[in-house]
Write a protein that binds this ligand. Structure first.
Ligand code: PYC
Length: 405
């Protein structure tokens, strides 16, 4: 039996060095994947990933682990498609089982305007080579037999956007897999190391300061935080157009398998899927107030389960096991903010993910690393630069939200 237990740490502890080529703030999937691709694709290994709490203790551990690429804009579709492709090969690449399940993803529409919205997404998805199509009540019933497809509900189901490659993955495994791989290349992971200041001199970022008083020099500092991205950016004197809202989710007791597709209703503000353990993961829209509190509330729980029961009346006696809350950095166009900041050298943003961050982890890391490694802005992230808010070049992904905001 003893041999079954791993004795060595997944990654060793390090003393903080006084200087790194790159310091990444935030040891979630984005920060860790950036460290991994910096090393693997660009040979940059003198890298520290700092986090004020534990590995994946921010939104990487507080999401619903849904993967999909069925976005609304060509820029978004291209970007999230690459992420899904990277996720598809990631267990093999990291040599770590990430338990990815591409069970399919269905966004239900209950009103004429929602039907119009998913129809537009289906058309743009198809034009961009993403596997998405409209389906109607007979096929929806076949794919999700437990749904109430009658005319009895407040919002009868009219149509759905079916996206077969969508699904889910084990979120903490993704974090651990990237952490282990980045560390093996030489990157250092420093948890419980809170950044409290960013030093800037004459338009150049010089390094960071920590709560414990350490001063760390760096050629490049990457803000890969979620929830506190505007607080961290402000340390470098950068104002982000971001408002932070809580997003709540919960999980039920395990049930016999009955649901094998991710089921989303924007009209009812709820998404539901069944895990391989039989539990149902249920999620909500963002809370209607801005806050940094990772606090779960009874009101939101009641709203999530009420809406889930509208879709699946047979769930009415199922018990909730636990509830959690992430905090989402919402931008005005629901797209992220990536890349450089005009007038400030050495500061790189990978922030503003709203409710889309987890699914973008691999592509963000890969392309932010490319930007740092080559000094050239990759086409895939160019549309998401901070300057778009000043150049009137917004990329509106509001219509692709799993649930309305
Ligand atoms: O965009 O699919 C999504 C999503 C689900 C939960 C939060 N965002």
């Amino acid at each position: 039996m003893r041999g079954l237990f791993r004795k060595e740490r997944m990654w060793p502890k390090h003393e903080l060095k006084p200087r790194y080529d790159v310091v990444i703030i935030g040891a979630g999937v984005h920060g860790l994947s950036t460290a991994y691709y910096l090393a693997k694709n660009h040979g940059i290994t003198n890298v520290a990933v700092l986090d004020k709490v534990y590995l994946g203790g921010g939104n990487s551990g507080r999401n619903t682990a849904i993967l999909r690429a069925n976005y609304m804009t060509p820029e978004g579709i291209r970007f999230y498609s690459e992420s899904l492709r990277l996720y598809e090969g990631l267990s093999k690449e990291l040599d770590y089982n990430l338990l990815m399940a591409q069970v399919g993803h269905i966004s239900l529409a209950h009103t004429d305007s929602a039907v119009n919205g998913i129809w537009r997404r289906a058309e743009v998805n198809k034009a961009m080579g993403v596997d998405s199509r409209m389906i109607y009540p007979d096929e929806i019933k076949e794919k999700i037999p437990a749904l109430d497809m009658s005319q009895r509900p407040r919002y009868p189901i009219k149509a759905g956007l079916y996206h077969p490659p969508g699904g889910m993955i084990r979120h903490n495994a993704v974090v651990w897999g990237y952490a282990r791989a980045a560390e093996r290349y030489g990157a250092e992971i420093h948890t419980r190391t809170e950044v409290t200041g960013i030093d800037v001199k004459e338009g150049q970022v010089e390094g960071v300061r920590t709560a414990a008083g350490e001063v760390i020099r760096a050629g490049v500092v990457v803000n890969s935080t979620a929830g506190y991205c505007s607080t961290v950016a402000k340390m470098a004197g950068v104002d982000l157009p971001v408002v932070t809202h809580p997003l709540q989710a919960c999980v039920t007791e395990p049930l016999k398998p009955f649901l094998d597709v991710v089921t989303v209703s924007a009209n009812l503000h709820v998404y539901v899927y069944q895990t391989d353990r039989g539990e149902l993961v249920l999620g909500s829209e963002i809370d209607p107030y801005s806050s940094y509190a990772q606090v779960s509330t009874l009101e939101t729980l009641e709203s999530i389960v009420g809406h889930a029961i509208e879709l699946f009346p047979s769930l009415k006696n199922v018990r909730i096991l636990r509830q959690w809350t992430g905090i989402c950095d919402m931008t005005p166009d629901y797209s992220p903010i990536m890349g450089d900041v005009d007038g400030l050298k050495g500061f790189v943003l990978d922030v503003g993910w709203g409710t889309y961050g987890f699914k973008a982890g691999p592509v963000s890391g890969k392309r932010i690393a490319e930007f740092i490694g080559t000094g050239k802005m990759p086409d895939l992230i160019a549309p998401f630069r901070l300057s778009r808010f000043y150049d009137r070049a917004l990329v509106s992904e509001r219509g692709a939200a799993a649930v309305s905001h």
